[in-house]
Write a new protein. Structure first.
Length: 491
């Protein structure tokens, strides 16, 4: 049985205090509804168990709770957790038993409209799984039609939506859970190794965008070439053979081709997508737990909230995540990569096999500190155009024509060339991203940003820079005031 961690109770206490503050503010402004709060906590930190603890507390106070998910397997995983916590509940989902008199319902967001009128009592609290989806129309319907229910949105990645819409449109405030680095130190998450690969050159020219189905198809065409399939499969055989793995692909056709290639090479891998029935998903998970399968390939299904152990009904964890698709969504990258970071019985780190260099797009590692907000974006994905430095051979996006690893000018024929050195690579063109190099690159980027801001001395320049970076309007206003006070603003 899972054990409640102290950070989970701390998060609940913080949420309770925040809800009181929000309610007081709403009352003062004459707003007649209950609070809506975003509760952020990292992937794998136990948000479903936190939801169970919140539910138990609400029931003790005579409340009624509704938990909503957007996929059937997430609702099923929640039901299993609630059963483990001895929380009686009914369902609000197709094909599941529905008891209108129950005090707790676990349901599908798409099924609530047709069933809510049948409830004997409306909920006093609503918990929304993967709450970063809360600005979508179906979720807004919930918040608009249940003004007397306290709504708590649960998410690991509440900001940086690629459509630019912020959760501040539906949430009053946010409480933040622990950082990933803290959970690694506590043993609540495993450590990790990020193995960065050099993707096919053609992938650099695929521009990702919101709803970019055509971009995903182009990725699929490129990744489906036989020599690339062999690279991914052979890399697994050479370095991860036997480890439990999930591989993410840009579309169904490409993913199925990879699954076939794995099996043909003697690596038993299954295929899974949104149309895979629930019984089959569970069967695949059990076979992975029993060692009959080494893992599965998928498209669009195993990112948000997927829990292999819950699906299998056994204590089993994902050891390798294979990233074989680009994404313009930072939250999606976080959700995919951190599937490998559930604690391992032997204490081994999770492995992220990044075959398309998602790292080069975001320059992020899972234990980087992130200040999540309710804003639509906290960073902007960069166009993926890395360049190999002729001096240190590192491949990355240059900063002002300079390599962020060695600092040398990447343009041929320039003075100051460093002595060439060999870099360590494993077979299949994957090499571990070293923490020291990562921190150095971040520090260099921070310094460049500070220099750029310091060079701004006109109000229109400051405003334009803030808009280009996606900053709030208040950022430019404050900087203009500071520079004016210090005599550094040119009229």
């Amino acid at each position: 049985m899972s054990i409640d961690r102290s950070y989970q109770q701390t998060l609940i206490s913080q949420a309770r205090l925040k809800l009181r503050d929000i309610q007081a503010s709403l009352n003062e402004r004459g707003v007649k509804r209950k609070p809506r709060l975003m509760v952020q906590s990292p992937c794998g930190s136990g948000k479903t168990r936190v939801a169970g603890m919140i539910t138990q507390s609400a029931l003790e106070r005579g409340g009624r709770v509704m938990f909503l998910a957007h996929r059937s397997f997430l609702a099923e995983q929640t039901s299993l957790t609630f059963k483990d916590m001895k929380i009686p509940h009914s369902f609000m989902a197709a094909g599941k038993p529905f008891n209108p008199n129950a005090t707790v319902h676990v349901g599908m967001i798409g099924s609530i409209k047709s069933r809510v009128a049948k409830l004997r009592h409306r909920p006093t609290m609503i918990l929304i799984d993967e709450g970063h989806r809360g600005v979508a129309a179906t979720y807004r319907w919930v918040s608009e039609n249940f003004p007397d229910a306290t709504i708590m949105y649960l998410s690991a990645t509440p900001s940086d939506r690629t459509d630019g819409v912020g959760l501040g449109e539906v949430c009053d405030d946010i409480v933040l859970g622990p950082q990933v680095a803290d959970l690694i130190r506590l043993g609540a998450l495993s450590d990790f190794k990020w193995m960065r690969g050099q993707p096919p050159e053609d992938l650099h020219n695929v521009k990702m965008r919101v709803g970019g189905d055509d971009a995903l198809e182009k990725q699929g065409d490129i990744m489906s070439r036989a020599k690339i399939v062999g690279s991914v499969v052979e890399n697994y055989k050479a370095h991860f053979m036997g480890k439990k793995a999930i591989y993410f692909f840009p579309n169904i056709a490409t993913g199925k081709k990879y699954a076939e290639a794995f099996c043909a090479a003697g690596v038993p891998m299954a295929w899974m997508d949104k149309d895979t029935p629930e019984w089959e998903r569970k069967r695949i998970a059990r076979k992975i737990a029993d060692g009959e399968l080494y893992g599965f390939c998928n498209a669009f299904i195993a990112g948000e909230g997927y829990d292999l152990a819950a699906q299998a009904g056994k204590d089993v964890t994902i050891e390798v995540v294979g990233l074989c698709r680009l994404t313009a969504s930072f939250p999606l990258l976080v959700q995919m990569a951190m599937r490998a970071m559930r604690p391992k019985a032997d204490g081994a780190p999770g492995i992220i096999a990044d075959h398309v260099d998602c790292y080069g797009s975001f320059e992020w590692l899972p234990d980087d500190e992130i200040e999540w907000t309710l804003a639509g974006a906290i960073r902007k994905p960069k166009e993926v155009k890395p360049v190999q430095c002729p001096h240190c051979l590192a491949t990355a996006i240059p900063i002002k024509h300079k390599c962020k690893h060695c600092g040398e000018d990447i343009r041929e024929g320039r003075p100051g060339a460093a002595t060439r050195r060999e870099i360590d690579e494993v077979q299949g063109h994957l090499a571990e991203v070293e923490r020291a190099a990562h921190e150095a690159a971040k520090a260099a980027a921070t310094m460049d940003r500070k220099r750029a801001i310091a060079s701004l001395n006109r109000a229109e320049e400051i405003i334009a820079y803030g808009r280009a970076k996606g900053y709030k309007e208040g950022w430019a206003k404050k900087l203009i005031e500071v520079k004016r006070e210090r005599g550094r603003l040119v009229a």
